[in-house]
Structures are given as C-alpha cells and as structure tokens.
Design a protein around this ligand. Structure first.
Ligand code: SAH
Length: 216
C-alpha cells in the first residue's frame, strides 16, 4: 500500500531528488517546487518505489519510458512557462511532465499516440486531481482546433521540427524539441514572425522516438 500513497518516506526521497537536480544546474524555483510536490512514484509501477526518486528514466509500458527527472526539469526550465500560458505537450506518456506544466500554472493540452497509455494516464491524472486536456492522436499534426499555443513541448525525439507545430505556435512563442536521427539535440525554437524562427542549441539528449504511424 505504501507505494500508492505519499508518505514521509516518499517526501524525503523527493526532497533528495530536488537537491540533486539543483546541484545539476536546475535553478527555476517554480520547476523545483513542482518536482518537490508531485509524487513521481505514483506514475510508475509500485514495485519500483525506490527508483522513482533517482534521476533515471523508467519503463511505463507499451515500450515507452517516463523521462529522467533532470530532462523533465531541464525542458520545463527552457520552456519558461508563465501562469495561464497555453501549452501543447506532445507525448503524454506517464503524465508526469504534464503535471509539472500544470503546477507551473499552464493550461495544458497533451497528445499521446498509444491508446493504452492515453487511457491509463487520463485516468491516473484525474485520480490525482490534475486536469489537462488529454488527446489520443498524432503529435505531428498538433491540435489545429485549439491553436495557437504560447509554448509547445515535445517529449519524444523528432527527426525534424514538424511544420504543422511551427504553424500552431504564437508569434513570440517558444517550442522545446529534441531533434535528430542517430543522436538528438535539444532545440529551443522561437517564433519571431509567421515565417521567421530563431533556433538555439542546448546540447545532446536522449528520448524515445516520435513515431509516425499510428499504433492504436
Ligand atoms: N512526457 C512523458 C514522456 C514519455 S516518452 C513523461 O513524462 O512520461 C514519449 C511519449 O511520446 C511516449 O508515450 C510515446 O508513445 C509518445 N509519442 C511518440 N510519438 C508520438 C506522436 N507522433 N504523437 C504523440 N505521442 C507520441
């Protein structure tokens, strides 16, 4: 039972993780506060409680992983979420990153292509009291009916920056996206005007691939 509730022990482990992330260079107070608050052990299999608060990626079923806490923190910091920002997340996965965005005050729209993960995570988030708008669909297409977005966050490795997502970004908006084929680079793409974008490189990173064909 312990693994399914939040105890002094899990809170203690979580504080240890926050210190580790701060030591690794995460300095956004909002991001660290979100990580201190969200019970990450509830997003992974209960047999792996100990692992939940180590800086590790972890299998979440359907061949997918919950990203490293450092990666979640780093992407969230780069995204620079402001309260009430409309954020599109591609790759709901476990829903942990979604909750970090919600704790930062964003209004979150999140897309997952795996039906089982979509169903399991939508249910979990509701049970935890988090209310993003969850969609089953193809992240390459974004959500044209809900665009434009202040920020877009891609949590899987994309072979290129999808044109459709660039279109759905507000002018002045920011997209954080891991891009590449063999090795991935974390990019921050800022939209200057309808057809002008500025790209900054934040180094190598690791993600499961952003897949093209639907699998549901
Ligand atoms: N943010 C997640 C990371 C999960 S891993 C977390 O915190 O747990 C990336 C996720 O992207 C996987 O669940 C995978 O199924 C999903 N994904 C891959 N390609 C996709 C696509 N084209 N559209 C939407 N989701 C996709």
């Amino acid at each position: 039972m312990e693994a399914r509730t939040d105890t002094y022990r899990t809170k203690g482990l979580r504080n240890g993780l926050v210190k580790e992330l701060a030591a690794k260079g995460i300095c956004s107070e909002g991001v660290l506060a979100a990580i201190a608050k969200i019970p990450r052990h509830l997003f992974i299999d209960s047999a792996f409680l100990e692992h939940a608060y180590q800086d590790k990626a972890f299998p979440i079923g359907e061949g997918q992983t919950i990203s490293h806490p450092y990666t979640v923190a780093f992407q969230s910091e780069l995204l620079d979420v402001k309260p009430a920002d409309k954020v599109l997340e591609i790759g709901t996965g476990s829903g942990y990153q979604t909750c970090v965005l919600l704790e930062l005050g964003a209004k979150v729209f999140t897309i997952e292509r795996q039906r089982k993960l979509y169903a399991k995570t939508s249910e979990l988030l509701k049970n935890l009291g988090y209310y993003p708008q969850c969609f089953l669909g193809d992240g390459y297409k974004g959500l044209p009916n809900f665009a434009p977005f202040d920020k877009i966050l891609i949590t899987c490795g994309a072979p290129f920056v999808p044109q459709e997502l660039k279109k759905q970004l507000k002018i002045g908006g920011v997209m954080i996206i891991p891009v590449g084929e063999e090795s991935l680079t974390m990019l921050k793409v800022s939209k200057i005007s309808d057809d002008q974008f500025e790209t900054k490189d934040y180094g190598e990173c690791h993600f499961v691939p952003m897949l093209k064909d639907r699998n549901f």
